[in-house]
Design a binder for this molecule. Structure first.
Ligand code: HMG
Ligand code: MG
Length: 287
């Protein structure tokens, strides 16, 4: 089992993707490569580098292949990218990503705004990705967005989240990351959602992905730790947000999660000094 040790927390770095996708300034490829290379020194097992999505929809990720081509891969780090459909998957494989992520929503409104299709249509697009990835031994991670609140539909029912998480897990995702896209979740709403999801997917196959709009992300991590989750997505320097969730802030900052879980006695395997240097680089990249 991947996360057998109860005293270990994995921080899954998503800053170069979830962080930078929302920056207004056109960030030079070399700056993105330098950030990923710095993060590669920190001890992460996973770094989400970029997205293979429509450049018209997310211009900041148009350089995905160039970023992948420029980074110095380090042994032991899996370099991941978002792939919404086969077009994205094929480009990601050509760019030599180590793993891909498919991303669904628990609410129809966000699914339409984000990926221009219904939840069930999104699973039709994911099916060939899962099949091709299984043949190529490429691990697939699954995201569920809007796990507590949706920018277009308000509160989201825990059972709706559980259904999408169960479908991603059954389809072959090795891990399902539960996204509070808007950052409006609270320890209560997160716990209610998790209790529903845990009936479908075991805790060691789940990750928490908390945007920090209302400043509750660390408490939401605590609520998730109490229910057995040990993997949390975070963005260096707290970069970012989602262009299709107006008003959403960045993911919880990696260095804050590192400090928080370390103080609670968990081991992350990350070097705080390198994280501080990377956070400084991220800060300079902000528009
Ligand atoms: P669509 O419009 O339904 O697709 O897009 P289409 O097949 O009709 O194609 C339309 C155009 O897009 C065509 O180009 C395609 O070639 C192109 P045109 O002929 O008009 O020039 N296209 C692509 N180009 C590059 N890569 C591709 C690709 N697919 C089609 N893979 C699509 C569907 C999903 C691609 C589009 O709606 C899109 O790119 N949306 C953006 C999704 C996105 O990146 N959202 C942000 C990330 S998700 C997130 O932040 C949440 C998360 O962090 C968790 C959380 O916080 O909740 C993960
Ligand atoms: Mg996100």
């Amino acid at each position: 089992m991947r996360y057998g040790m109860t005293d270990t927390v994995e921080i899954f770095e998503v800053g170069p993707r979830d962080g930078l996708q929302n920056e207004a300034r056109e960030i030079p490829v070399a700056e993105k490569i330098a950030l990923v290379d710095k993060l590669s020194e920190a001890g992460f097992k996973h770094i989400e580098v970029t997205s293979f999505v429509s450049a018209k929809r997310v211009p900041q990720m148009a350089d995905a292949a160039r970023v992948m081509a420029g980074i110095q891969k380090v042994d032991g780090v899996a370099y991941a990218a978002l792939t919404p459909n086969m077009q994205g998957y094929e480009a990601a494989i050509l760019a030599q990503v180590d793993e891909v992520a498919i991303f669904a929503s628990a609410s129809e409104g966000f699914s339409q705004k984000n990926i221009n299709c219904s939840i069930s249509e999104s699973f039709e697009r994911f099916a060939p990705i899962l099949k091709a990835a299984r043949h190529a031994d490429i691990p697939v991670r699954g995201y569920v967005s809007c796990v507590t609140d949706c920018p277009y539909e308000g509160a989201v029912a825990p059972d709706a989240v559980a259904k999408v998480a169960a479908d991603l897990f059954a389809a072959g995702c090795y891990e399902v990351s539960l996204g509070d896209t808007l950052g409006h979740g609270t320890p209560d709403s997160v716990a209610r959602m998790l209790l529903a999801v845990l009936k479908e997917v075991p805790a060691h196959r789940l990750a928490g992905h908390f945007h920090n709009t209302n400043g509750h992300a660390l408490e939401n991590i605590d609520a998730s730790l109490a229910l057995g989750l040990r993997v949390f997505d975070a963005s260096i320097g707290g970069l970012g947000g989602c262009p299709f969730a107006p008003g959403s802030a960045g993911n919880v900052a990696t260095e804050a999660v590192q400090e928080h879980v370390t103080a609670l006695g968990y081991e992350t395997g990350l070097c705080s000094e390198i994280l501080a240097q990377a956070a400084e680089m991220a800060e300079k990249m902000r528009g």
